[in-house]
Write a protein that binds this ligand. Structure first.
Ligand code: AKB
Length: 314
């Protein structure tokens, strides 16, 4: 089989998608691109190249006979506001490079969009698939523009590019970095470490979220779907659970003692610009998407995995 290249292989999503891809297609068929946070026990094919080094990435495509790229490299919302220029260059420049390689080498592409593609003028409840996209963060601007770029390359050059709008992803293996939804992960770490958490959004702030196992399943499912079944080439709405910061704290308190204080910072404004819940009926209809984790199951699993695998927290 033609090999798969994963960029951003050691980020929040890559850290869990790579093992799933290795399991499904064989470790020898997955090439990981990254240069930071490479775990000491990493097993697999590793190439250390930056996403701006397009010549080197093309050499890798040729060297390994790559047929598919999961292009995960991205600067997230909160970090993006600290350096919007760099965010545009990394997020859009990187995507454009990968799409150009796809045209030249006939590659299939997965690229993640996000609920950040929406903005304050988008309907906030059960946000429809086709709606207003007026994001107010640079990260969101790159997601909205990136979606259109993906669709353009599909229509103009026939690139088989597939995408989902991830909600906030909750995972135990790697902590996210630079996102607005990071509080929903950090609260678990702090609950186990100190029993106290100072939350940077208000108690009533409610956002769409998803446990990592569901996110990985969704990614594999859309990539495995028959091309003719896909009616969206911008990016599919994807949903699992929506809950407020306060509801999450209450759920964790069923398992652990936890004291939460709320001190909203600049990330509150970003959270307020995003939807509360998402209508993902098209993803369900077109490629059979169905989430498995609700708030209770996700909370139980997070605590169990952190206790078992992150010994320092026990
Ligand atoms: C972020 O908070 O920036 C990300 C996202 C929702 O895309 N987790």
């Amino acid at each position: 089989m033609k090999k798969i290249l994963v960029t951003g292989a050691f980020g929040q999503i890559g850290s869990e998608l790579v093992p799933a891809l290795q399991k499904e297609f064989g470790t020898e068929n997955i090439v990981c691109l990254g240069h930071r946070n490479i775990p000491a026990d990493f097993k697999g094919i590793l190439e250390k190249t930056g996403i701006d080094e397009i010549g080197k990435i093309e050499e890798i495509v040729n060297k390994y006979q790559i047929g598919t790229i999961y292009h995960l490299v991205s600067i997230l919302s909160a970090k993006g506001e600290k350096d919007p220029q760099l965010t545009w260059e990394v997020n859009m420049g990187g995507l454009k490079n990968i799409l150009d390689l796809a045209v030249k080498h006939g590659l299939k592409i997965f690229w993640p969009s996000s609920i950040a593609a929406f903005g304050p003028t988008t309907p906030r409840k059960m946000t429809p698939q086709k709606t207003i996209l007026e994001p107010t963060t640079m990260y969101g601007v790159t997601k909205a523009a990136g979606e259109l770029l993906c669709q353009y390359y599909f229509l103009k050059f026939g690139v088989d590019v597939r995408s989902v709008r991830y909600p906030g992803i909750i995972s135990w293996k790697t902590e996210p970095g630079g996102g607005t939804t990071d509080y929903a992960v950090a609260i678990f770490y702090e609950a186990l470490k100190t029993g106290k958490y100072q939350c940077f959004v208000k108690e009533e702030t409610s956002l769409p979220m998803m446990y990592m196992d569901d996110a990985v399943r969704a990614t594999l499912a859309i990539m495995a779907a028959d091309s003719e079944k896909l009616t969206v080439r911008t990016s599919y709405n994807l949903a699992a659970i929506s809950f407020s910061a306060g509801e999450l704290a209450l759920e964790i308190k069923k398992h652990l003692p936890l004291e939460v204080t709320y001190q909203p910072d600049e990330r509150q404004k970003i959270a307020d610009s995003w939807p509360e819940s998402i209508d993902d009926s098209l993803a369900r209809k077109d490629w059979g998407w169905l989430p498995e984790y609700d708030l209770a199951r996700m909370t139980q699993e997070m605590i169990k995995q952190l206790r078992e695998n992150k010994k320092l927290l026990a």
